[in-house]
Write a protein that binds this ligand. Structure first.
Ligand code: B4P
Length: 182
């Protein structure tokens, strides 16, 4: 089963992906985590990704698609995947479709986690990662609105989109997601 967790930065995609991976027994893949690990290891991808991640910009689509294709080829994703933070552009959505077609898999649901911009900013300032400063958060929200949010219409037209309220405890949000994915 392929589940995509979708939403603005800080809506709780990473938090929910970890919980759902355990409860559904499906491996989860976070492109944000993949880039942060690569940056910490100073690998070639990490050196390239650093400037984008720290400024809140999107890492170029070809780099993201390559990382995801390589990861999804691993045995641990044979039963499916919970994708956290990918796709974030139409080019990434197209790349995902191609990867899944080669594995005879399809997206089961795209779960849009909905939280207001004010709450997101509060959450992220509290977390305090290096890309969680006020200016960078504002920029990341703009990038989301301009480059990622248009995918909502794309997945809605495909009949794959469900939207859940991301406000409440982590457990409440998990329960809403489980109900929405059926
Ligand atoms: P990501 O790592 O994907 O991070 P995110 O969108 O900021 O966070 P997420 O929604 O996962 O929120 P979280 O659960 O952590 O992206 C970081 C950067 O990587 C991007 O800016 C970009 O540069 C790059 N990148 C990643 N994927 C890419 C792609 N596909 N293409 C190009 N570039 C890409 O939650 C946030 C906070 O809220 C946490 O502190 C958490 O504890 C708290 N929280 C969660 N749920 C809560 C709840 N119910 N109530 C209260 N607090 C809650």
């Amino acid at each position: 089963m392929i589940i995509v967790l979708f939403g603005a930065p800080g809506v709780g995609k990473g938090t929910q992906a970890a919980v759902l991976a355990t409860s559904l027994n499906i491996a989860h893949l976070s492109t944000g985590d993949a880039f942060r690990s690569a940056i910490a290891a100073a690998s070639p991808v990490g050196i390239l990704a650093k400037q984008y991640v720290e400024s809140g910009a999107l890492v170029p689509d070809d780099v993201v698609a390559k990382i995801v294709a390589e990861a999804l080829a691993s045995e641990k994703f044979a039963q499916g995947a919970i994708l956290d933070g990918f796709p974030r552009t139409k080019a990434q959505a197209d790349a995902l479709e191609e990867i899944l077609a080669s594995k005879n898999q399809v997206i089961h649901k795209v779960v849009n986690i909905d939280v207001s911009a004010d709450t997101i900013t509060e959450r992220l300032l509290q977390r305090g990662r290096t890309d969680d400063t006020e200016d960078v958060i504002r920029y990341r929200l703009d990038v989301y609105t301009n480059e990622t949010k248009p995918l909502l219409e794309y997945y809605s037209e495909k009949g794959a989109l469900v939207t859940v309220d991301g406000l409440g405890t982590v457990e409440e949000v998990t329960n809403r997601i489980l109900q929405a994915i059926g």
